[in-house]
Write a protein that binds this ligand. Structure first.
Ligand code: ATP
Ligand code: MG
Length: 157
């Protein structure tokens, strides 16, 4: 599996990568986001939202599973499936995955069987207080293209 790696030295850099990504996504795109506590998942999602032009504050959907932000270029569906009790339980995820917006799924491995086969898997690793390693694993040619563009941009920066 092809994998693309980014190192960031500040929260702003992580946010900037997410913002660049936001310019390339299209309706029905699905992004999974995994990482330890404080790795930067929310920072990343906020960057994505900002890049989409979403003005509402984005925070963790802890008590709701899904939060919807519809005031940007594309709707953003932010899911935290940590509290899904039964992994097989169908909460209508497919309507989001194939819908009019982009979906970011935190703790996605908990609903592995329900994820679309084409998607972008992102993992954020805590290296030290301000350094993060972000890996992107694209499944499907659309996501491979996005990753290649992001890498090219980060190299030319
Ligand atoms: N390179 C970096 N990338 C992202 N965040 C960074 C970086 N360096 C420092 N930080 C800080 O790390 C923290 C990341 O917190 P954030 O809430 O985004 O993590 P999280 O993965 O959502 O955590 P949680 O699992 O608690 O929801 C922020 O305080 C941010 O400022
Ligand atoms: Mg968070």
């Amino acid at each position: 599996m092809e994998q693309f790696e980014f190192i960031t030295k500040t929260a702003e850099e992580t946010s900037a990568i997410a913002s660049s990504l936001s310019k390339k996504v299209i309706a029905s795109d699905v992004i999974t986001l995994e990482g330890d506590l404080g790795a930067g998942k929310t920072t990343f999602t906020k960057g994505l939202a900002k890049g989409l032009g979403i003005k509402r504050n984005v925070n963790s959907p802890t008590f709701t599973i899904i939060k919807e932000y519809k005031d940007g270029r594309l709707p953003l569906y932010h899911m935290d499936v940590y509290r899904v009790e039964d992994e097989g339980e169908d909460l209508g995820f497919d309507e989001y995955f194939h819908g009019d917006g982009i979906t970011v799924v935190e703790w996605a491995h908990l609903i592995n069987d329900q994820l679309p086969s084409e998607r972008l898997d992102i993992k954020i690793y805590y290296e030290d207080e301000t350094t993060r390693k972000i890996t992107m694993t694209p499944y499907g040619s659309h996501y491979v293209e996005i990753c290649k563009e992001l890498i090219n941009e980060s190299i030319s920066n």
